[in-house]
Design a protein around this ligand. Sequence first.
Ligand code: XIL
Length: 412
Amino acid sequence: MKCMWKRSLRRWLCMGLLAGMCMSAVGCSKVDNSEPASQDGAAAAPSPSTEPEASPTPEATPEAMPPIYEVPEAEAVLGTRLCEHYQGYFTVGTCISSSMLGNEKLEKLVLEQFNTVTCENEMKPDALLNQMACISQNEVVVMFPKRATDILDWAKEHDLKVRGHVLVWHSQTPDWFFKEGFQNNGALVSKEVMLSRMESYIKQVIEYCDTNYPGLVYVWDVVNEAFEDGSGEYRNSYWYQILGEDFIRYAFEYARKYASPETKLFYNDFNCYIDQKQTAIMTVVKELISLGLIDGVGMQSHLDVDYPSVDNYTRTLERFSKLGIEVQITELDVTTTGNDEASFQKQGEYYDKLFQIISIYEKLGSTNITGLTLWGVSDIYSWRSSQYPLLFDAALEPKPAYYGVLQEKQEQ
Ligand code: XIL
């Protein structure tokens, strides 16, 4: 399967114009201060004029014709696996939800294309924490529900590695977890109590996985979304209110204490290409590196065809890689405007350009991407389904986006 990679590489190396553009982007120090983030963690597209471009792209010139993506019959796709295409460079995964299991066609597609999975919601604190048990035992009680173990069993059965998502997050973590007596209306607990709850939670979750599924969960998103977009300030979460800025370090200390030495520990966030936020993340990550507590940074990557520019995005991949740790693209999806051919073509072009540059950077050693996860398989199951962000349509047929990722297209 390396031949596919080599075939693509030959094409990239022929693309002197694009490579030149990439290299100029590498050295570009232009700062993007525009703030397009929406509350839900997804990038929103500002008007094109607010998005600074590092350099002209081939697509921007009037002479350049957009590529035409040939979308063959679904059968023709079989045998072309995304994960094999990038084998030796990074794993390629998807998130799945327990409701997807049992859908034969969908399961088959996941097994054909991907070699890692992330539980979309099933391993988040609100899925694992049991309030009644916490109240009655007056301590943190973690219980993996069937919908989580179903996915873990399925992944194990099919030899798929799992990204553990997520230990410490402000969202999808019940408020009562931070309150006296685990009561909905209790006062916030003291720092001492919260630290012991954090340690107990992290210990139980990691130990449950290591005991019941040894080696399956190979990476944990230890802390997710600690910083505000525009300001780069700490998000005013309960974690921050009770434990202060040190909550991130504590979380990594506990994760390191209980995880096996081979398990990778990641900080994960969205909109990492926004300057202030990127600086805040870099500062904390550098501190964690100096303490030997972190293995990588996860860029969620909820993108849109109009924002951020691929150059801006890939510069961020490179900056994080220069820290000397792993980088993973953990939740990639690229929204587009409509459910029509023109929108899907535009989206295909975005994915294509993104993967051209990612591939060049990886080949040149400018980035250290070890894993890439799409945030879903089909548009119909996406958390942003109204904007059709994924590689397969509602009928599970491949879209131009799929061929963009695979770097297979015909020039007009
Ligand atoms: C999303 C899920 O896809 C949705 O089903 C859920 O309703 C909300 O969370 N950042 C993350 C992911 O780290 O866990 C989020 O997943 C998307 C944003």
